[in-house]
Design a protein around this ligand. Structure first.
Ligand SMILES: CC(C)(COP(=O)(O)OP(=O)(O)OC[C@H]1O[C@@H](n2cnc3c(N)ncnc32)[C@H](O)[C@@H]1OP(=O)(O)O)[C@@H](O)C(=O)NCCC(=O)NCCS
Length: 177
């Protein structure tokens, strides 16, 4: 059995996470909202992690870190906007640090997240959106069982501009009759 590459973030990750964000600031900038300088400080990361763990306790999100080959923080994967009731759906977002790209880590993490969402969380559906030109991320999603279903105009403000996104979804396996 392979070791899981996802675990829940903890406040003790704040220093390492801040360092990884600093190291990858330019790499991530085209794919993320604009980040203020404060975002890259350990204290700010610790406060954000604590807020996310509160949201996790309320069943509204699952903030994971992606682990690299030596157990280091290689990136993040978050299940956001968990909605229960008749929807049973959540959104997936992730990144992997530049020096550990191309080793299949995002694909493994996305597959683990799908499994977690449809077994442990009992969700019915996952959604993810990529920029139209983010072919690497689209490859990751397809490999994890997602299919594209729509183009959403001006969907998210990424790198300072409202940008169109290709939306993907994945569904829990149907129960056997
Ligand atoms: C997208 C991202 C998560 C991929 O992480 P990763 O760990 O390198 O992904 P994987 O190794 O599992 O798979 C990526 C695949 O896309 C391919 N790929 C990478 N760049 C590509 C490109 N520009 N065009 C086409 N394919 C590309 C890789 O070669 C790999 O396929 P392979 O295994 O056949 O070689 C990472 O590059 C990243 O964090 N990017 C910035 C943030 C981001 O885009 N997040 C997702 C937002 S939707």
């Amino acid at each position: 059995m392979t070791t899981p590459c996802l675990r829940l973030v903890t406040p003790d990750d704040a220093d390492e996470l801040a360092a990884v964000y600093v190291e990858n600031r330019e790499f991530l900038a085209p794919w993320e909202p604009v980040r203020e300088d404060e975002f890259f400080e350990s204290d700010s990361q610790r406060a954000a992690i604590e807020r996310m763990l509160d949201e996790h306790a309320a069943d509204r999100m699952v903030p994971f870190v992606i682990l690299g080959p030596a157990g280091e923080i290689a990136g993040r994967l978050t299940l956001n906007n968990v909605v229960r009731g008749a929807f049973q759906s959540a959104s997936v977002g992730y990144w992997v640090r530049e020096d550990l790209n191309g080793r299949g880590l995002a694909t493994r993490a996305a597959r683990e997240a799908v499994d977690h969402a449809f077994t442990a969380l009992g969700l019915h559906r996952l959604e993810a959106g990529t920029l139209l030109h983010n072919v690497a991320s689209q490859t990751v999603l397809r490999r994890a069982g997602f299919a594209p279903f729509a183009v959403a105009p001006e969907y998210l403000r990424i790198a300072g501009r409202w940008q169109d996104h290709l939306l993907f979804h994945a569904f829990a396996p149907s129960p056997r009759p």
